[in-house]
Ligand binder design. Structure first.
Ligand code: FAD
Length: 470
């Protein structure tokens, strides 16, 4: 008997519950990927995400070929594509791992219903979370909106799925496939060339990133994860987003390294994986939040309308605030930005420029290789103060003191804004305070910030008071 295994964002062969279930049921597996971005509503994957996906699909196909099989690519509406493949292969079953986005969850439920009505054994599994969004609830059976009690609840149920090796061989099949290039995921202008100095998409790249983390940044993670001038974190986020590694494989690997010296770092890291699960919990229970404030109190907040030129300066890292510019340039050149700096650039946009957080969320969506609707939505709403467990709106990050604290030698700033390297370190945090030095040594850099920090902060707080009173 034949089963289709429908790969989506689980682009790996080990620890893949859908693949495992199909094999355990004794089926001959035909691996399938359907390019159907139009089914993702207004959150079709962005350009950086597609560039990654292209390489990750190529890696998956190579891994399948090494085992005697190959990836069958299709494009178009998912259900008819699956039905045509069922017809062609005589498949009796379709297996996939779940996704949690508001556009694809109902689509998948409808596909499951239709296939079952047609006598096909359609099965979905959990392939990407430690805990499903509906596994964790308050005593009243409600979703959590605050992380700490959510996490306490998770820890009281803590149990990791067992690890599963990748199958050694898979049956050959003769199903035709589209050529990967016809999906047009890879950029034709090759703006992504610089990305691949930093990343290796695919399951092998994910496992390598994990082992680099185990041997390196794990020790000291808790202290160093906030410092953008070094590799202090795992950089596993795009691999996790595309399902090139299961979060429980990471957790198992770290649990195996527990000792008095690593306990705090491992707990700190598992907590971040918990934030990832929490973001999916929120997206599942509050599916409108990719565009709507989770906290409706902000529906009457007087956001300013930034001009196209202001937004462009923010996007390209030309705001005149060095730490903000460094982050946005890191993003542009590598498809990634350090978490601390994501918070700083987001705060500058939502507070100092008082732009609606969606302006930033959409930019990140297009430019991050780890763009993830759950994590990105929660991150932006958190910084904007409109979300779950949010930093209160009136707590405005000062980008200068943030940089002095987390990038004290201005190494991160100097790396991404090299024109400031000619200034003394102390002048690199707020160069507008040193107009003569700036004019002399970094003539290409903006003379003044896009928005003056004190004025921007005061205007944001006044707007907040006004909306609170209204
Ligand atoms: P590590 O510190 O090594 O963390 C390990 C893993 O835990 C990460 O790979 C990630 O999967 C998860 N994680 C860590 N921090 C968070 C967090 N705050 N929220 C949810 N999960 C987390 N992360 C994305 O994966 N995609 C996004 O689109 C995204 N957008 C963001 C937007 C804003 C405004 C902010 C403030 C944060 C956003 N994050 C997003 C969260 C975080 O910045 C990244 O997950 C992290 O920087 C990835 O680097 P890392 O893998 O080295 O992290």
């Amino acid at each position: 008997s034949v089963a289709l295994v429908w790969f989506r964002r689980d682009l790996r062969l080990q620890d893949n519950p859908a693949l495992q279930a199909a094999l355990e049921a004794g089926h001959d597996v035909v691996p399938v990927y359907i390019h159907a971005s139009h089914e993702e509503g207004e959150w079709a994957p962005g350009a950086a995400s597609n560039a990654w996906r292209h390489r990750s699909l190529a890696a998956l196909d190579a891994d399948l070929r090494a085992r005697g099989s190959s990836l069958v690519l299709r494009a178009g509406d998912s259900l008819p594509a699956l039905q045509a493949l069922i017809e062609q292969t005589g498949a009796e079953a379709v297996y996939w791992n779940r996704k949690y986005e508001p556009a694809t969850q109902p689509r998948d439920a409808a596909i499951k219903r239709t296939l079952r009505e047609q006598g096909i054994d359609a099965q979905s599994c959990n392939g990407s979370l430690l805990f499903e969004p509906w596994d964790i609830a308050t005593q009243q059976g409600q979703p959590y909106k605050v992380f700490t009690p959510y996490w306490r609840n998770v820890l009281s149920h803590w149990r990791l799925p067992a690890l599963q090796a990748a199958p050694e061989t898979l049956p050959a099949h003769t199903v035709d496939s589209l050529a990967l290039d016809t999906l047009q995921l890879a950029p034709t202008l090759h703006w992504d060339t610089g990305f691949w100095e930093h990343w290796q998409p695919g399951e092998t790249g994910a496992l390598e990133a994990l082992s680099v983390f185990e041997d390196g940044a794990l020790r000291g993670y808790r202290e160093q994860r906030d410092l953008p001038d070094r590799v202090g974190t795992s950089r596993l986020s795009p691999h996790l987003h595309f399902g090139e590694i299961a979060p429980w494989r990471i957790a198992h690997a770290l649990e195996g390294l527990r000792s008095a010296g690593t306990d705090a770092d491992i707990d700190g890291y598992l907590r971040q994986l918990g934030w990832r699960d929490f973001a999916h919990h929120l997206l599942h229970h509050f599916p409108k939040t990719p565009t709507d404030n989770l906290n409706p109190r902000f529906d009457r907040f007087p956001w300013a309308s930034p001009s196209a030129a202001q937004l462009y300066d923010w996007q390209r890292g030309n705001t005149g605030v060095p730490i903000v510019d460094a982050g946005l340039r890191e993003l542009w050149h590598t498809g990634y930005m350090h978490n601390r700096v994501r918070m700083i650039v987001a705060s500058y946009l939502c507070k100092h420029l008082r732009a609606h957080w969606l302006h930033g969320a959409r930019w990140f969506w297009d430019t991050l290789v780890d763009a993830d609707l759950a994590n990105n939505t929660m991150g932006w709403q958190w910084v904007a103060g409109t979300g779950a467990d949010a930093a209160p709106y009136f707590r405005v990050f000062n980008p200068v003191t943030q940089a002095e604290k987390f990038d004290p030698q201005a190494r991160y700033i100097s790396r991404w804004v090299p024109e400031l390297a000619a200034l003394p370190v102390k002048a690199r945090f707020a160069p507008w305070q040193h107009p003569h030095l700036l004019a002399e040594r970094a003539p290409g850099y903006p003379r003044t910030p896009l928005v003056d920090l004190a004025a921007g902060r005061d205007a944001a707080l006044a707007a907040y008071r006004q909306s609170a009173a209204g």
